[in-house]
Each structure stands twice: as structure tokens, then as C-alpha cells.
Design a protein around this ligand. Structure first.
Ligand code: HEM
Length: 504
């Protein structure tokens, strides 16, 4: 008998993981509290479903989720412990200041900055970390930044005027990212990047955003990728990686160096957001380490650059593709400039351009289509159960919604894929319903802290650009600026050369 058992030991040992795995599969499919939520069985069993679409296919899970909603309805189980809801009317129920949801730590691990304000999961810890920098992003602080924004917009215009004389096409995607990058780095870091000064509008630098974002999606599933990448010697990266990979590495190293300077400086100023965070009483000393401040730097620069760049490029593309819209916008801008006769650069005055109703409609419509945050906003309520329709989602369930779903909803925005600024020129309930579902900056306690800065940059840049220049698209199609891959930020096909224009 003992001999029989001994001979079968390897088989028995092999059976242990098999039995454990089968039990887990059976549990997740039939006994898990989410087992009644519709969705594909493979997604209910394992995160590999998500991994396949996001890593192997390259940022395609968001589109798969959209397909699943068409098949299963407004709520779908997209992971063993995660549901996705597509229902613009309930967005506010999940994303507000009172429900106190945490960010799902598994999902947000992609930024490798779970101690930055952006990446902090716990709602209370996040509140303190956000408070440490919120005074820098309040409306009053942003109005003090107006002259600095104006200076950057004028610098962009000067560069564009030179290029107009040369008669060469301009890569406006890069130019806009330089403007956005300079605005964020100048304000948040001890020293700005001065990207607008670079000869080719920092073409290589801008490419690294895509590489970092793609690596980040892998990091979510295999959370050692970014630390390994950052611990490698530079020569090794140079030998094994693309130019963009080396730039991504250098960029992260620079941010860490700046954070170290801020933390270790004895007589610190209060000029930059990073300095302000370290000076703040809202957080304990343990939150003022070089590592955590590096994470704040990384997320602030990451969150503020691509988003603003994508929004500017989307709005400009659509305006240039719609001659009627272009004409009306130019008329409104010319009238505003005429009305401020005697004022130098009148369209760089925020209070003037902010009031322009057609420009505002154009911006809303562009932000609706840009969906600069394309990833799902995954939240968890660890404290209590959540109800959606007839489903009770137990505490700890990851619940996510996507801004894209709100903005492309046909019931809220008929003919949703078309660019129609006029849809915003209505009043009453129709406008109220659109505004309720229009969430480019998210909503609630985790909404965009940089919203006011972003809006000021959008208004000033678009007003100056469209007033000053006559431009036409150069070899740019809609797919060159539109999402094909979701790496939390939207990216077009890798072949895209971005938004290119000829200036007249
Ligand atoms: C048009 C431009 C922008 C758009 C559309 C945008 C959109 C968003 C959205 C949707 C979120 C919520 C993300 C989530 O729930 O995971 C967010 C968060 C955030 N954004 Fe922005 N953003 C823009 C510009 C900026 C700028 C200029 C900054 C400034 C540095 C910034 C800094 C942040 C930060 C730090 C967070 C995290 C806030 C927190 O969790 O407390 N963003 N943004």
C-alpha cells in the first residue's frame, strides 16, 4: 500500500495545482458574488482576458469592453472581480465627492506611482496628498499664471510665423505638446523643459510618451517591469532599446534628480508645485521622501502634457476640417479683437476669450471627441456594497466607467461621432443633460486637479492660433489623430505622423 502511494506521489502533487485551479474556476463562474453579472466566461475566470487585449493586442481592451456592452447590456463583468458600467446617467453616482470610493490599486498600478496623489488608492490618504498641492491649482493661483501662459502662446506663434515664411509643413501635434509640456514643467518643477525652443518641436521627446504609456500597460499586469527598467544601466538601455526608450529612461532619471534637489534643499522656495508639496503641512514628513516626490513629478508631468496636447490637436483638426466652423470661429475672434482695440495681443487676455460663446462650443465639442483620458476609471468601495439596477456588487468589487462611453452616447449626443459645435448652443434641459454627461476632466474628489490650467491654455492657444493663422491640413486624415490604442491616454496608429498643417 505504502509502495502504491509513493509511486503516485508525483501524480498526486501534480493534481494539487490542477484541483486548486479547477476549484477557483468553478468558484468564479458559479459561486462568486458577481457570477450573475453578464459577461464572457474567460473574463470571469482570469485577468488573462484583459492581459490579452491590452498587452498582446496593444491597448485594445477598451474597444472589447464596448463590444461586450453591445452584447450584454449596460453592466458587464470584465474581470474576476471587476464590472464595467456603460450608462452616462449614473456617472455622477460613482464619481462624486460623497461616495468616497477608492481608486482600484490593481488598475492604477500602471503608473508605478501608487504614492503620488494621482495613484493613491485610499480616499482619505488621497485627500491629504491632494490638499498638499491644491492651492497651486485653485482658480486664483491659475489667474496668476496668465502672463506665463500668454508668454508661451506668443512664443509658439512666433515659431509658427517663422515656419510660415519657410513654407514647410508644421507638425502641430508636437508643437502643442511642447506648449503643454512647458506649461506643466515650468509650473510644477523647479526648472521647466523649454521644449518650445527645440528645433523640431521635440519630435523624439514626444515619441517617448507612447513608449512609456505602452510599458505602463504591461507593468499593470507584471508589476516589476518599470522598476527593472529604471534600475538598468543607461548603456544597457542604449544598446537594447530604441531612441524613444532611451529618452523615456533619461526623462524619468531627470525627474528623480529634480525631486531630490527639492527634497534636499534646506532653504526651499515656494515657487514650484513640487516645492509647495514639500513645504505643505497637509502631509506628514514620511510623505516628503525623494521617491514619493519623484512620483508626484512623474504623474503631474504625465497627466498634464499628453492630455492638453491631444485636446488641442483634436480641436484644431476638426475646426480645419469644417470650413463653416472655421469661418464662424474666425469671425467671432476678429470681432473680439476689434472690440479690444488698443490692447496689445487682445486674444491672449483670458477674461476676453473665455467669454466667447462659439469658441467655448468648439472647445466643448473637441474635448468631447478627444477623450484625452481613454482608459476606464476603476474604483472600489471597500466599505459597503453598491447597487446598480438589480445587481448588488459586494464591497471590494472594482467598478469602472469610461469617459468615452459618456461622450459617444447617441442618446445624449446624437450623431455622436460628428464634430458639431452647434449642439452646445442650446439652452434649458437639453444643455443640462449634455453638461451632466460631459466629463472630460472626470468628476468628484478624483477629478482633474489641473482643469483650470488646462482650460486657460486651451482658450489662449486656440484663440491666438485661429486668429493669427490661415492654415490647412497637410496629409492628415482623421485616423492620424484618433484613438487606435488605449494606453490610458489615446494613441493613433504607430504609422501616424500626427496633425500636420501648412500655414498661409
Ligand atoms: C485637457 C487637459 C486635461 C484633461 C482632459 C484631463 C483629464 C483628467 C481626468 C479625466 C482625470 C481623472 C483621472 C482618473 O480618475 O483616473 C485627471 C486627473 C488628474 N489630472 Fe488632469 N487632465 C488634463 C490636464 C491636466 C493638467 C494640465 C494637469 C496639471 C498638471 C493635470 C493633472 C492631473 C492630476 C494630478 C490628476 C489626478 C487628480 C487626483 O487624483 O487627485 N491634468 N485629469
Amino acid at each position: 500500500m505504502a509502495f502504491f502511494t509513493y509511486m503516485n506521489l508525483p501524480i498526486l502533487l501534480a493534481l494539487v495545482p490542477f484541483t486548486a485551479f479547477s476549484s477557483l474556476v468553478i468558484y468564479r463562474l458559479f459561486f462568486h458574488p458577481l457570477s450573475k453579472v453578464p459577461g464572457p466566461k474567460l473574463a470571469a475566470i482570469s485577468r488573462f482576458y484583459d492581459f490579452y487585449y491590452d498587452c498582446i493586442q496593444g491597448g485594445k481592451f477598451s474597444f472589447k469592453i464596448e463590444e461586450l456592452h453591445e452584447l450584454y447590456g449596460p453592466i458587464v463583468r470584465i474581470g474576476p472581480n471587476e464590472v464595467h458600467i456603460q450608462d452616462p446617467d449614473v456617472f455622477d453616482e460613482f464619481y462624486n465627492v460623497t461616495t468616497r470610493l477608492d481608486k482600484d490599486p490593481w488598475y492604477y498600478a500602471f503608473i508605478a506611482s501608487q504614492d503620488a496623489g494621482f495613484g493613491t488608492s485610499n480616499v482619505d490618504l488621497h485627500r491629504a496628498r491632494r490638499k498638499a498641492m491644491s492651492r497651486f491649482f485653485a482658480s486664483s493661483a491659475i489667474s496668476n499664471l496668465e502672463s506665463s501662459s500668454k508668454e508661451k502662446v506668443l512664443k509658439l506663434c512666433r515659431r509658427l510665423q517663422q515656419m510660415r515664411q519657410e513654407g514647410k509643413p508644421v507638425n502641430l501635434s508636437n508643437a502643442y505638446r511642447c506648449l503643454a509640456g512647458d506649461s506643466v514643467t515650468d509650473y510644477c518643477l523647479p526648472k521647466g523643459f523649454d521644449l518650445l525652443d527645440s528645433v523640431d518641436f521635440a519630435d523624439d521627446y514626444n515619441k517617448q510618451a507612447r513608449i512609456i504609456s505602452q510599458i505602463a500597460v504591461w507593468h499593470r499586469h507584471i508589476p516589476i517591469i518599470i522598476p527593472i527598467f529604471m534600475r538598468m544601466p543607461r548603456w544597457f538601455i542604449e544598446k537594447t532599446s530604441t531612441e524613444g526608450g532611451v529618452m523615456a529612461f533619461d526623462f524619468q532619471t531627470d525627474l528623480a534628480r529634480m525631486a531630490e534637489t527639492v527634497v534636499k534643499t534646506e532653504k526651499r522656495s515656494d515657487r514650484s508645485v513640487l516645492d509647495g508639496i514639500v513645504n505643505s503641512d497637509a502631509i506628514p514628513e514620511s510623505d516628503k521622501t525623494v521617491e514619493r516626490i519623484t512620483q508626484e513629478a512623474r504623474t503631474l508631468v504625465g497627466a498634464g502634457t499628453e492630455t492638453t496636447g491631444i485636446s488641442l490637436e483634436t480641436i484644431t483638426f476638426h475646426v480645419l476640417s469644417h470650413p463653416d466652423v472655421l469661418r464662424k470661429l474666425k469671425e467671432e475672434l476678429a470681432k473680439a479683437a476689434e472690440g479690444s482695440k488698443g490692447v496689445k495681443d487682445p486674444l491672449t487676455k483670458y477674461s476676453t476669450v473665455q467669454r466667447l460663446s462659439y469658441l467655448t462650443a468648439v472647445m466643448n465639442e473637441g474635448l468631447r471627441l478627444a477623450n484625452s483620458v481613454s482608459g476606464r476609471l476603476a474604483r472600489v468601495n471597500p466599505r459597503s456594497a453598491t447597487t446598480y439596477k438589480s445587481y448588488v456588487l459586494p464591497p471590494g468589487t472594482a467598478i469602472s466607467m469610461s469617459i468615452r462611453d459618456n461622450h459617444l452616447s447617441e442618446s445624449v449626443f446624437p450623431d455622436a461621432l460628428s464634430f458639431k459645435p452647434e449642439r452646445w448652443l442650446v439652452t434649458g434641459d437639453e444643455l443640462k443633460h449634455m453638461e451632466k454627461c460631459f466629463v472630460p476632466f472626470g468628476r468628484g474628489g478624483r477629478s482633474c486637479i489641473g482643469k483650470e490650467l488646462a482650460l486657460m491654455n486651451l482658450y489662449l492657444t486656440l484663440a491666438s492660433f485661429f486668429h493669427e493663422f490661415d492654415a490647412e491640413l497637410f496629409e492628415t486624415r482623421r485616423q492620424d489623430i484618433e484613438i487606435e490604442h488605449d494606453f490610458f491616454s489615446p494613441f493613433p496608429s504607430p504609422d501616424s505622423k500626427g496633425l500636420r498643417i501648412m500655414l498661409r
